[in-house]
Design a protein around this ligand. Structure first.
Ligand SMILES: Nc1ncnc2c1ncn2[C@@H]1O[C@H](COP(=O)(O)OP(=O)(O)O)[C@@H](O)[C@H]1O
Ligand SMILES: [Mg+2]
Length: 466
């Protein structure tokens, strides 16, 4: 009988092998021995628990073949039999290791209610949150086998924000239990085998562009390659003085400021309404939002146009910053599309909610958003968001570039509030020559000279703060 030979795991891999929580995160960087750990742990589980059902997931089929299937075929020779058609290894003890790729949502259809005891999502950040949740919902069954989900991950990719939330920020919703989650960071330096066989690998990582290097070599999760709005800052310590942050405390909007309302229609995907105020310097503030999302990200609440219009009216009649104001509505021009019967726009007009057609030029709109986010030399941008606009604050930093149209935002992401924001920004375009971009300068200020300046700067709005 063939014998399974296992080289020893490194320290981090050993911690991964021992982990017992329901959700186990592993990685953080390139070359940390993640795929090796996935293969090894799945073999050990299969041999240890007769009849266990394991699933290994990667985004694409070629990645599955190269990183897992071909290697396992060699390693499991005489131990398990591989069925190419069904993509499954069958062990003599009845255990199985299945494989699945998930490049798009339609690939999820192949799950068809299958149950697994343990699922490995290799390079989980390359999957969307929706894909991860749909796949991992298949971890169930009435046997005594462990029920676990292993996620290996590098910063970046469509699932970056979700993985960062559950494993790095550990910021859980009321339905998630902190004690179910465990993260083991593994950097390339932890992979002794690779350090020995390819000592120049670190040099290759060091030669990468700065953002990729920070992510792949140091495992940093804050800024990542492919993020569209890298300049986005949400600094709670500065919600009051509004310096070097886009998110700020709400305040009472002076009556003379103009108000806009942006709209992006959605039914099975979320719709998004945002209200914006413009001060006398042309600076814009996102002051309120209505976002049609179920608890699940990027899933729409399926409100009709009339229901949305009524929701808008309700807010405009009750919010002290909107009540009694003249509000200019700007919406995606496609809401006036009449090819399928009465347009969404006209259904909303029947409820006295009116829209002008937005300029939907995508790249120009995106540039306007960048100009608005740029900080001047004092740390003041031309665009702020009230911290109450939770969905906007959640979605904007997550947007990534499209794989094919590399200059534009990936529209598979949750980009609805981005669209509606972009429409309103295009209505009030800034001239690029007027923008001074500055990085935050971190320097000592022993005499507190800057402090006096900040207070002076914002004195005039203090009386309006709510
Ligand atoms: N404990 C180990 N013993 C022997 N080789 C290992 C070990 N861990 C990782 N390796 C090897 O190091 C290389 C990188 O590991 P891999 O798992 O592919 O990294 P990652 O998936 O994190 O990018 C691979 O060639 C892998 O086989
Ligand atoms: Mg790998």
């Amino acid at each position: 009988m063939a014998e399974l030979k296992l080289p020893p795991p490194n320290k981090k891999q050993a911690a991964f092998m021992r982990a017992k929580k329901k959700h186990i995160g592993f990685g953080g960087a390139r070359g940390g021995g993640k795929s090796w750990a996935v293969r090894t742990k799945s073999k050990l589980l299969a041999l240890n628990y007769s009849g266990i059902k394991i699933l290994i997931v990667r985004r694409t089929y070629p990645e599955l073949i190269n990183n897992h299937i071909n290697i396992l075929r060699g390693e499991l020779l005489g131990i398990a039999i591989y069925n190419t058609q069904e993509k499954v290894f069958r062990f003599r003890n009845g255990s199985t290791i299945n494989f699945m790729y998930c490049q798009r949502d339609s690939d999820l259809d192949r799950l068809q209610g299958t149950e697994y005891d343990v699922i490995f999502l290799d390079e989980a950040t390359q999957l969307t949150e929706h894909q991860m949740k749909t796949i991992t919902a298949c971890v169930r069954g009435v046997n005594d086998f462990p029920k676990r989900i292993y996620y290996t991950c590098n910063p970046g990719g469509q699932g970056h924000a979700y993985i960062k939330r559950i494993f790095i920020d550990k910021d859980y919703t009321s339905k998630e239990k902190a004690e179910d989650y465990e993260f083991i960071q593994s950097l390339v330096q932890d992979n002794a085998a690779l350090m020995k066989s390819q000592p120049d690998y670190i040099e290759q990582l060091e030669a990468l562009p700065p953002k990729l290097r920070e992510a792949w070599l140091l495992g940093k999760w804050d800024v990542f390659e492919g993020q569209v709005f890298e300049e986005w800052r949400n600094d709670e310590e500065h919600y009051k003085d509004r310096l070097w942050t886009h998110v700020i405390d709400p305040f009472r909007i002076p009556d003379a400021w103009k108000i806009y309302r942006g709209f992006d229609w959605g039914y099975s995907k979320p719709f998004s309404v945002g209200w914006f105020a413009v001060d006398h310097d042309g600076r814009m503030y996102r002051i309120r939002e209505l976002y049609g999302c179920t608890g699940t990200p990027n899933e729409g609440v399926k409100w009709t146009p009339q229901e949305i219009a009524r929701g808008i009216k309700e807010i405009e009649e009750s919010d002290i910053n909107l009540k009694g104001r003249f509000i200019t509505g700007i919406a995606d021009p496609s809401i006036y599309e009449e090819s399928k019967g009465e347009s969404i726009g006209s259904m909303m007009e029947a409820e006295q909610v009116y829209w002008e057609k937005a300029d939907n030029t995508r790249l120009a709109g995106k540039m306007q958003c960048h100009y608005r986010l740029a900080f001047d030399e004092n740390g003041i941008p031309m665009f702020y968001v009230f911290h109450t606009c939770r969905h906007f604050i959640r979605c904007i930093p997550n947007l990534i570039y499209d794989e094919h149209k590399v200059e534009d935002v990936d529209t598979d992401m949750e980009d609805h509030n981005y669209d509606e924001w972009r429409y309103v920004m295009m209505e009030n375009p800034l001239n690029p020559e007027d923008i001074v971009t500055k990085e935050p300068v971190l320097q000592d200020d022993p005499l507190d000279l800057a402090k006096g300046k900040e207070e002076q700067q914002y004195d005039r709005y203090n009386f309006m703060k709510m």
